[in-house]
Design a protein around this ligand. Structure first.
Ligand code: FE2
Length: 202
């Protein structure tokens, strides 16, 4: 039975200042993300016969899990998966745009980088309450933007390669009610090299 651990970040908590502040990063990683991992492990303790070797497989088979733990795995397994992807997507990019095959795919599937950014921003700002907006590689190998509520993942639709957390815990200390400003600044801290690698591996 896999026991999950909180991922380490390979950058400092203040590395994304001023776009994402240090206190938000510390709290988000060591409290919120850690909490999802702890609760995922607690749920899995009640499921010793778990046949799914990876978190992704576990989340793709939610409907086959024992009813008593489905919601916990959905929320906390999803929370662990989503935050693993989020925290490993971040690096100050000095305004650089995606390159290479990823940019080619963005131009092919959205028409322009600006059109992609507009659609992604709409998904992130239009998600009512808590949730996520995503860039995914869908089942037809096309890029697509979408959003999910709560800690649901977009795995049923395709492979996520970038996600923005729009729970208030991701931005409220610095931005309060200004979610649009947080979303706009998020574009300053996307590590496009990692997103392109995920695209090529999808
Ligand atoms: Fe979060």
């Amino acid at each position: 039975m896999p026991k999950y651990t909180l991922i380490d970040l390979d950058y400092r908590y203040d590395a994304l200042e001023p776009y994402i502040d240090e206190l938000t990063m510390v709290t988000h990683h060591t409290k919120h993300h850690q909490g999802y991992v702890n609760n995922l492990n607690a749920a899995l303790e009640k499921y010793p016969d778990n046949p799914y070797a990876s978190l992704e497989e576990l989340l793709l088979n939610l409907d086959k899990l024992p009813a008593a733990i489905q919601t916990q795995i959905r929320n906390h397994g999803g929370g662990t998966y989503n935050h693993n992807l989020f925290f490993t997507s971040l690096s100050k990019n000095d305004g650089t745009l995606p390159q290479g095959k990823l940019m080619e795919a963005i131009l092919r599937d959205f028409g322009s980088f600006e059109a992609f950014k507009t659609q992604f921003t709409q998904q992130a700002s239009g998600r009512f309450g808590s949730g996520w907006a995503w860039l995914i590689v869908n089942k037809n190998n096309k890029l697509e933007v979408t959003s999910t509520p709560n800690q649901d993942t977009p795995l049923a639709l395709g492979k996520p390669i970038l996600g923005i957390d729009v729970w208030e815990h991701a931005y409220y200390l610095k931005y309060q009610n200004r979610r649009p400003e947080y979303i706009d600044n998020f574009f300053q801290v996307i590590d496009w090299t990692i997103v392109e690698k995920r695209y090529l591996d999808a």
